[in-house]
Write a new protein. Structure first.
Ligand code: CP
Length: 319
């Protein structure tokens, strides 16, 4: 069986980056280049199911020092859909346990002929540090509570796909803002594209200082809900917390979970996003997570499209 090589066009001249480390440093034009490329890949690959082997001969390495289901799998699949080879590095079975440093580990992986490293690490700034120490391209797949740029992009693409625009929308990020790299990437991306962003949650997880990033800070979901076009429900990251930021999970759910009763108070076409993994019954009830307003699984498909676009822009540009 022959594989059809689809012409996706050439990398736009305005795209000159070798790495994707954050959304903070990207312009609105660069954000739109990635989003438009993701749409093109989604269409050309039959909703990301077919191969477009335009990165044949290239090799991508996944270096994940934290657990992942969606990001790791979809970066691997995106690379393979584009015809690239992939390496999946597992920190738990690596020579890190023998004292090898993070940078030495990455340099040794790179020496095997790697074109791009996709890295996830619990320490903020890790992707930036890596980019300063290796010759290949680096893509940030989440660095502590700093940024998760492809998650921000796939969230924004899911909004644009369902609601047709970003400019002028009111998007609330609800939940554990303090520990959320997804919140930061969403804020940078959404604001550059003209959305009004609200961060909402208990005061122990949402500082007033977030206003310095140009967002609205709210503590009462029921007050802001009627004017929201989109709710992005961020997971309570129990694993990153040293003290419990609210008296009980039940109380958190009473105040902030998106449920049937709250849906009745929202705009008729409100869009519900959640980056996953979701805590069913904590941030969102199962009927809402699986209901018609939810784009949770569309986000996962769009993650594949966004990651195909990012790999193509970074590697297809001949870096
Ligand atoms: N949303 C997200 O980053 O999911 P994973 O941790 O499963 O990759």
């Amino acid at each position: 069986m022959s594989i059809e090589v689809v012409d996706i066009g050439s990398v736009p001249a305005a795209w000159t980056r070798r790495h994707l480390l954050d959304l903070e440093s990207l312009s609105a034009e660069e954000l739109n280049i990635i989003l438009d490329a993701a749409v093109a890949f989604k269409e050309a690959s039959g909703n990301c199911t077919q191969k477009l082997p335009i990165l044949s001969g290239r090799t991508c390495a996944n270096l994940f020092f934290e657990n992942s289901t969606r990001t790791r799998t979809s970066f691997s699949l995106a690379a393979r859909r584009l015809g690239a080879d992939t390496i999946d590095f597992s920190s738990s079975s690596s020579s890190l346990s023998k004292g090898e440093t993070f940078i030495d580990t990455a340099k040794n992986i790179e020496a095997m002929g790697i074109d791009a490293i996709v890295v996830r690490h619990r320490t903020p700034g890790t992707a930036q540090l890596l980019a300063q120490n290796v010759h290949c391209s680096v893509i940030n797949a989440g660095d502590g509570a700093h940024e998760h740029p492809t998650q921000g992009l796939l969230d924004i693409l899911s909004i644009r796909e369902r609601l047709g625009r970003i400019e002028g929308l009111t998007v609330a990020l609800v939940g554990d803002i303090a520990h959320s790299r997804t919140a930061r990437s969403n804020i940078w991306g959404l604001k550059k594209l003209g959305a009004h962003v609200i961060v909402c949650g208990p005061s122990t997880l949402v500082s007033k200082h977030w206003e310095e990033l140009g967002v609205e800070v709210a503590y009462d979901l029921d007050t802001i809900l009627p004017r929201c076009d989109v709710l992005n429900l961020l997971r309570i990251q129990f694993e990153r917390q040293t003290t419990r930021p609210f008296p009980s999970v039940r109380e958190y759910a009473l105040l902030y979970a998106m449920n049937h009763e709250r849906l009745a108070q929202a705009k008729q076409d409100i869009l519900i996003l959640a980056p996953g993994p979701i805590n069913r019954g904590v941030e969102i009830t199962p009927d809402v997570a699986d209901g018609p307003h939810s784009a949770i699984l569309e986000q996962v498909t769009n993650g594949l499209a966004v990651r195909m676009a990012v790999l193509w822009l970074i590697l297809g540009a001949g870096n």
